[in-house]
Design a protein around this ligand. Sequence first.
Ligand code: MG
Ligand code: ZN
Length: 222
Amino acid sequence: MKIITPGEGETFDIELEENLLAKNRELAEANRRRLDEKGVRAFDVMGAIGAGKTSLIGALIAHLRGRRVGVLAGDLTTTIDADRLAERGAAAVVQINTGKECHLDANVVAKGLDEVLQQGVEIIFIENVGNLICPAEFPLGSHSRVVVVSVTEGPYTMRKHPYILREASVLAINKSDLAPMMKVDLEQLRRDALAVNPTLQVIATDCLNGEGIEQVAAALGL
Ligand code: MG
Ligand code: ZN
């Protein structure tokens, strides 16, 4: 079968992209320094649309009752996720609407931090825009990155999207209750993910029923 991939230097805006990524890394390091100075732990959550990022964060907030949790919720538009997370008991919520941008970057997160850090939070969850591709290239300054994948995305997600797993420390395989119906083998997904990043902590979750939430919190040191 014929496979076409762009060669070295053939990608249209490669130089522009390298400058952009270097700048983003600098800003991410500044975000991290700011969080560390305040003793705040931050986690960013990445995954496809509908994988369960908001549900996972909501369940974690409920599990962490009594702690002051802030959230930055990224989406192209709407405040649906921010509203849901405020309802779950987040102490401070900021909606970041990216317009046409398909990922959060460290610059927009810095602006969100201006807001939530004023509210005296001790933990921050950053929900990225639903996308398994470019968020991988844009570190935000968080202490750990979490990937959420749902079994409804099919059996090959981890093999098709290895890059998202490289910088992650936790993988939640969500909607695990639907695995038999979707004919998806949870153990195969786990093996595929570990083949990309053997240090990943892989946890099966059912966020709507609280399944696996305690394990995710423990994996994040919460
Ligand atoms: Mg969401
Ligand atoms: Zn993007």
